[in-house]
Design a protein around this ligand. Sequence first.
Ligand SMILES: C[S@@+](CC[C@H](N)C(=O)[O-])C[C@H]1O[C@@H](n2cnc3c(N)ncnc32)[C@H](O)[C@@H]1O
Length: 260
Amino acid sequence: MPLEHEQPDPDAAVNVAFWNHAASVERYQVRVPYLYWYEEVLLGIALAAIRDRLGAPRLVHIVGCGPGREVPPIRAACPDARIAASDIAPAMVAACKRNLEAWGCATNVDVCCAPARSLRADRGRAELVTALSNVLTYVTPRAERVSMLSAIHALLHPGGALVGTVHHRWGQPAKSAYFLMQAAATAARLSDTEPGERLTSFEGATRHLHYFTRGELLALFAETGFEVKLLESLRTLSRQHGQSYPATGDNNLVYVALAR
Ligand SMILES: C[S@@+](CC[C@H](N)C(=O)[O-])C[C@H]1O[C@@H](n2cnc3c(N)ncnc32)[C@H](O)[C@@H]1O
């Protein structure tokens, strides 16, 4: 049964042209579905917290599913759950449906085209929502991020978990220097760019990104009704789990947040 949802909202869709481009779909296309090691860590922490409070997940939302890389392993980790996968880009949704059929993983999975902020708990509350591969990075400006996290909060049972990753302002020296200079220019009123915002263009489509600090993400979760269970940079998480992390790595922030 298809999920009921609102039509994609053009106001929330600043990056749709980018994500809908065939080259974007191809970039995230995979032959074999998988999770990165740190995504398995986040999922393990979230599922343990959920089981303590709510039991086994019965409904899971996978937000920004793209061509579906993470859908089969999350489905396997939540065998009693209905999976609601969604993405803002119709081309990503079509690729996800094709892949799930080809991988033999379409049973119990509904895939729909919707911006995250328009998702509603039409089919009851979920125990788990994932926003992996930095979905929140691509949601600008800040008011959109508040709308998206508030909508995700409303999807969850109290005690349910949101798991995800975002781009981090502090990582390789060139990136850190860019954001330090941006912050200085904004503080000196030489620029009115919100610290953390970055524009890139691709095949004629502009992509708006937001790079976070840890403190900023903590404040955003507090404002939208989440209690943070884990929020670390990938470099720190790698050290904690005995994994090597390259100096050139993006050092993204990874999180598990529980709905209050
Ligand atoms: C970096 S890709 C990751 C795709 C997939 N999760 C993966 O890991 O391969 C980010 C995905 O988020 C989707 N996306 C971006 N903003 C979104 C929004 N506001 N609501 C729903 N999906 C969004 C994009 O269309 C894209 O498919």
